[in-house]
Structure formats: structure tokens, C-alpha cells
Design a protein around this ligand. Structure first.
Ligand SMILES: Nc1ncnc2c1ncn2[C@@H]1O[C@H](COP(=O)(O)OP(=O)(O)OP(=O)(O)O)[C@@H](O)[C@H]1O
Length: 658
């Protein structure tokens, strides 16, 4: 008996790929086969690759000559027949789909997007020759919303091959060069039709059009390419799908090319909950691992990010248990795994975008500033506790002003921690962008993100650089700064409304967004005055430098609470009294951290000396002991960050604003 296989064309391998050994391996087991059936091999050395073959002939010597074996099924194995690959031929055909039900991307409301995409692909497949719509689609959604997975899934269930190319690789020096590269990618897709040419980060194609003003060349060029495909003799469909984060990045001319746009929606809390419960359903959880904790920390996250977080949690759990040599049957995810994974996510590339999280600065980490703590807590906590009582008069904005290093940022983080609010922080200059309209878009995105992460503190550091007085900036001839201030005002005003259509979505109930805006600045006098009007940053809190011993002690204690100070000679009250007046929290921090550094250097020296003497020395860093001399040395080296004159200036400013 002889079975002849022909390779199925695919964008993922070339027609001459040799997987003979893997085929032998495949047929070392008994297999059910029939004519024209597809079989898929995953090469041992490249397990992520799928190589497809079609059974093009079955020669069965035992069979009657007149017998038709078209639908006959055989049970075969390599030792009872010859397996021959027809190297001279290839087949171009649909991929037999293995429909995977209940796949992650089949979750509501993503299911809606997947189904729509699936439907479009099926329509093109069935009516390809009669299609009048250009086979061009846009799929858009937030970074990490699994756009690519969604398209690949839809391709898989409809039998399309998927040729994925990054648009960065397609953009050339000119529109003509870009078109040539798109054409080459398209030719690969045509060879494997039915096929989707999936262009990731389609924004890049649009970018060159902005710079070169070549958008008509690109638009017409793509149209021409597509029309050429349709008039050719292609029997099977080829579609181009562009993936975009924001639809607005496409100019109108390019957008007009696309027959369909599919949006991958954002995930609301119910979807995330459903997803995580299902995702963790087979994994044991410790008592301290709660789904609520997961949901609270992942507000506004996209599917890809959630998947990444779960992956990191499992990784952390595995590392922890392996280290303790615990049997896998006894593993369970706990809150420590969650914390490790969350940190990793925040520092990973995907989370490189701005992300809200509950900080970990507790009230006792902030020394003194009692009045400011009370004021800020009242302003934010009371409306949260009694929304009905506050109604429209709930404040959205607090402005913390005062000299640098006095703890303004720390306070904002502290209030978010104490009230378990998400915290989104941005420095004014970070939002400025050279592209026209992009800075305003950044502000819109930021507030949108904050609403998704509600209840949330949105913290603007260096607010004066973002919102200087309008019409005054000499360096801003383009008026970007003025437009930015207007955009900021619009967004803050919108927060005062109880709901916004864009965030509630069609199917959700009206939702109140608790977003508190806290600004920080050293120079409130430079701010655009309209920012300080009622309903905006209308609560001003001055954070200054206290020369009261009690306050300075509290700061010192807060900053050294985790230190292991073991020295009977050390009288901390006496030490703080010897510190210069006018010291900010950041100055105390500088002394404390330098003292710690001195202690570490001392213990390293001790370790080196003792290892020379072959003695055993404790090398646990957490046991670093601080002595009076460490502080004394740090104080000798110290220079205060603000001088008396500067401080007076700040105090005068306070008089002007109180
Ligand atoms: N009251 C305080 N208690 C404990 N630490 C403090 C305090 N104030 C400041 N610090 C320390 O100083 C560091 C800097 O403080 P922070 O960034 O909050 O100051 P800031 O007022 O926001 O400064 P800037 O105006 O330069 O942004 C903090 O990370 C903290 O270590």
C-alpha cells in the first residue's frame, strides 16, 4: 500500500520544506485516513509550526480495480505502507478547520467581534467572484486587546491561511517603496489563498502618508493592487486586514478604502470576572487569593494583559513551590504570587503604557503633614462614602502646591492607598507630543483610562508645565499649549457629569465615575487661572516645610521605620535637632538613605576583612545595622535643597493663594 502526500501551500513555510522524519514519526502510530484528507505535522524541532499535507492518492494493492476508494477510510501505520511525499507538486486549498469551541476569544463581548469577523470572511469565501466590496478590513482596539489572536482565530475557524506581517517592515522611504513591499506580501498571500494578509500596527502605513503627503499615492496604489487581484483569475479570496489601535489615526482617504471596520470592545468588570473565574477554574487557589483583588487591580486591562498576568502568576507559583520542593499536586496560587506577577506586568513591555494600580504608600510612611492629610482625605473620602449627600457639589480636583520635595506626590499616593483607589500618575511634559493633535488625544486617552480604572486618583505632577497661562507662552507659537489647557478643562468638566455615553457603552447601565484629579506644582502662579475655578482644582492645599521639632521627628521616624538602628549612643531627638532647619522630606530622605549606604559599605568592608581572616559573616542585607556614625557622616555631607530665600518666596506665594 502506498500513500502519497502533497504539501498544502502556506505562508508559514516554503513549498520545499522537508519533514520526512516527522512524517515517519506521525505514522509510527495507527492513523485513520482517507483521500483528500488534510494531515498536520508539528516538526519536533519547530513545534510552533504547523505543516499541512493533503492525502492526494492511496494505492491499495488489495483493492479491486473497479472499486472507488474516494470515501473509503483506512486505518494505516508506517510499517504497513509506504508514505511518499510528492515533492514536485503543491496544493492550494482551504485549511481544514479544527473548531475550538469556548476559546478565550469567544468570550462575550469579544464573541460579537469574532462572529462579525467570521461572518465577513465566510461571505468573501462564498461570494468571492461576485464581490463588489474591496477585500479590505480594519480591526481596531486597545493595545493588548488581542486583535491579532482574534483575527487568527477567525481565520482558523473559516479555513483561511493567515500571513501576518508587521507594517513597520513594509514602510519604505517613499510611498512607492511601501507599495512595492505591500505587493510582495500580497503575492505571498495570493499563493496560499484563501488567505488573510494581516498587517499589524497599520498606523505605520498611515504615518508615512502624513510626512510625505503621499496618501493619494498609497490609497490609489492599494486600490489598484486589490483591483488587480479581483480581475485576475484567482479562484479563492485574499483579504487584507489592518490592525489599528485607534481608528482616528487613519486619514479619511485611507479609511474610505476599507469596506469593513470591526472594533474589539473593552472589557467591563463582568466580562473580566467571567473570564478570570473560567481561566482559573482548574487551578487551586489559596484562601488569600481573591478574585476581587484580581479585578480591583486590573481595571481597564485588556485580554492580552490579563492573560499575561495569569501567566506570570502561575510562573511565580511554580518558582515558589519548586524552590521549596513541594509536590505539584499541592500547589496553589496565593497573594504573594499575585503581587510578584503584578509587579512584573507593570514593568513589562505590554504594560509600558500608562497603567492604573493601587499604590503602597501608607499614612505612616508619610511623616507629619497632618493638616494636609486630613484635608485631602475629607475632600476625597466623604464624596465616596456619601455620594447622595454630595451630588453635584462633589469636588473633583485638589491642587497641592509648595516647594519641591515636601511630599506632594507621596500624599497623593498615600490617599489612593488608604482609600484603595487606583492611581494614575503623569508628569506634565510626558503628554506633550510634536504631532498635531496628538497631545490633546493623549489627554483624552488619559481621562478615558482613568474612568475605566474608576474609582481612581489621576495625579498630574508638574501641572504648571502642562497648563501654563494661556496666551502667555512665548515658545508656543503653534498654540499647542493653549489647546492642551482647553482640552484639560473640558475633560475635568466632563468628570463632574455623572455619566458619559462613551464609557457606559450601549449595553451597560449608567455608571458614576469616581475620578479625583490631584495636581501638584511648585508654581501655582504660573497656572492658567481657569483651572482654579470652582469644579476644577478648587481646593488648594499648601504643603510647606515645617520647622516644628514634632513634625521633623515624624518625618525622620517615617523614613527610618524599617531601619535596624542598634546603637545605644544614638539619640534620634538630639540628632534631628542638629539637622538644619528648612529641611524638606526629601532632604530627610537623603540623610536616611546616605546613612543606610554608609552602613552597607561598612558591613561590606567588614565582610571582606573577615573573609580574609576566613571567618563566617552573616551576609543577609536585611540585617544591615545602622550606627550613630552612619547618620553623623551623612549629616556632615548634607546640603539642604532649598535655601531660606527660596522658602520665603514659596511662603509669599502661599499668602497670595490662601
Ligand atoms: N512627609 C514626608 N514623609 C516621609 N517622606 C517624605 C516626606 N516628604 C517627602 N518625603 C520623601 O521625599 C521624596 C520626594 O517627595 P515627593 O516626590 O512626594 O515630593 P514633591 O513635593 O512631590 O516634590 P516635587 O515638587 O519635586 O515633585 C519621597 O519619595 C519621600 O521619600
Amino acid at each position: 500500500m502506498e500513500i502519497r502526500l502533497t504539501i498544502l501551500r502556506s505562508p508559514h513555510y516554503n513549498d520545499t520544506i522537508n519533514v520526512d522524519e516527522d512524517l515517519q514519526d506521525y505514522f509510527s502510530e495507527q492513523r485513520h485516513i482517507k483521500l483528500n484528507q488534510q494531515i498536520t505535522i508539528r516538526p519536533l524541532l519547530q513545534p510552533e509550526l504547523e505543516v499541512h499535507f493533503v492525502i492526494s492518492s492511496i494505492i491499495d494493492n488489495t483493492q479491486n480495480e473497479n472499486e472507488n476508494n474516494k470515501n473509503k477510510e483506512y486505518l494505516v501505520s508506517g510499517d504497513m505502507c509506504r508514505i511518499v511525499v510528492d515533492v514536485k507538486k503543491t496544493i492550494q486549498d482551504k485549511l481544514m478547520s479544527e473548531i475550538v469551541e469556548n476559546d478565550n476569544c469567544d468570550e462575550d463581548p469579544i464573541r460579537f467581534a469574532t462572529q462579525r469577523l467570521r461572518q465577513i470572511l465566510i461571505t468573501f469565501d462564498i461570494q468571492w467572484s461576485k464581490q463588489t466590496n474591496l477585500p479590505l478590513l480594519i480591526v481596531h482596539g486597545h493595545l493588548g486587546s488581542n486583535k491579532r489572536t482574534l483575527v487568527q482565530y477567525a481565520c482558523r475557524v473559516t479555513g483561511y491561511h493567515c500571513h501576518t506581517v508587521s507594517s513597520q517592515l513594509l514602510t519604505g522611504d517613499s510611498a512607492a517603496a511601501t507599495l512595492k513591499r505591500i505587493e510582495n506580501a500580497l503575492q505571498t498571500a495570493i499563493k496560499c489563498a484563501p488567505c488573510v494578509l494581516l498587517l499589524r500596527n497599520f498606523e505605520y502605513i498611515c504615518k508615512i502618508t502624513d510626512i510625505d503627503n503621499d496618501d493619494s499615492i498609497i490609497t490609489n496604489g492599494i486600490r489598484q493592487l486589490i483591483q488587480n487581484i479581483q480581475i485576475s483569475t484567482l479562484k479563492r479570496p485574499v483579504l487584507i486586514i489592518g490592525l489599528l489601535t485607534k481608528l482616528q489615526t487613519l486619514n479619511e482617504r485611507l479609511l474610505s478604502l476599507f469596506s469593513y471596520t470591526v472594533q474589539v470592545p473593552e472589557l467591563n468588570i463582568e466580562i473580566r470576572k467571567k473570564w478570570i473565574v473560567k481561566r482559573l477554574s482548574n487551578i487551586p487557589l489559596s484562601d488569600d487569593f481573591s478574585i476581587d483583588m484580581f479585578l480591583a487591580q486590573t481595571k481597564g486591562w485588556q485580554m492580552g494583559e490579563l492573560e499575561q498576568l495569569v501567566h506570570f502568576i502561575i510562573q511565580a507559583c511554580s518558582a515558589r513551590n519548586k524552590e521549596k520542593m513541594i509536590d505539584p499536586s499541592e500547589w496553589s496560587l496565593n497573594s504573594v504570587d499575585f503581587d510578584i506577577a503584578l509587579k512584573k506586568c507593570h514593568s513589562s513591555k505590554l504594560a509600558g503604557q500608562r497603567k492604573a494600580m493601587i499604590p503602597s504608600v501608607h499614612w505612616n510612611d508619610i511623616g507629619g503633614l497632618e493638616y494636609a492629610k486630613k484635608e485631602i482625605l475629607n475632600t476625597i473620602q466623604l464624596p465616596l462614602l456619601y455620594p447622595d449627600l454630595f451630588g453635584d457639589i462633589a469636588r473633583t480636583g485638589v491642587l497641592l502646591y509648595g516647594p519641591p520635595g515636601v511630599g506632594k506626590t507621596l500624599l497623593a499616593k498615600g490617599v489612593a492607598t488608604e482609600l484603595s483607589l487606583n492611581f494614575l500618575s503623569v508628569r506634565g511634559p510626558e503628554l506633550l507630543n510634536m504631532y498635531v493633535g496628538q497631545s490633546e488625544q493623549n489627554i483624552r486617552d488619559l481621562f478615558h483610562h482613568a474612568r475605566l480604572a474608576s474609582p481612581c486618583v489621576l495625579f498630574f505632577d508638574e501641572l504648571d508645565s502642562l497648563a501654563p497661562m494661556r496666551g502667555r507662552s512665548s515658545s508656543d507659537s503653534s498654540g499647542v499649549s493653549d489647546r492642551l489647557v482647553s482640552q484639560l478643562l473640558t475633560e475635568i468638566d466632563a468628570l463632574n457629569k455623572t455619566s458619559t455615553e462613551q464609557d457606559t457603552g450601549k449595553n451597560e447601565n449608567v455608571q458614576i465615575h469616581h475620578v479625583f484629579v490631584i495636581g501638584a506644582t511648585n508654581r501655582p502662579d504660573l497656572l492658567d487661572e481657569s483651572l482654579l475655578r470652582p469644579g476644577r482644582f478648587d481646593k488648594l492645599i499648601y504643603i510647606g516645610v515645617s520647622n516644628l521639632h514634632e513634625d521633623r521627628m515624624k518625618m525622620f521616624d517615617a523614613l527610618t521605620q524599617k531601619f535596624n538602628i542598634s546603637d545605644n549612643n544614638f539619640d534620634k531627638h538630639e540628632f534631628v535637632k542638629r539637622c538644619p532647619l528648612n529641611m524638606t522630606g526629601a532632604d530627610f530622605y537623603a540623610i536616611a538613605s546616605n546613612a543606610y549606604l554608609n552602613a552597607i559599605q561598612r558591613s561590606i568592608k567588614l565582610k571582606v576583612d573577615s573573609s580574609l581572616q576566613k571567618q563566617n559573616v552573616e551576609d543577609d542585607e536585611s540585617k544591615t545595622v545602622l550606627l550613630y556614625d552612619d547618620f553623623q557622616y551623612a549629616l556632615e555631607q548634607f546640603r539642604p535643597s532649598i535655601d531660606k530665600n527660596d522658602l520665603k518666596q514659596y511662603e509669599r506665594l502661599q499668602d497670595g493663594f490662601s
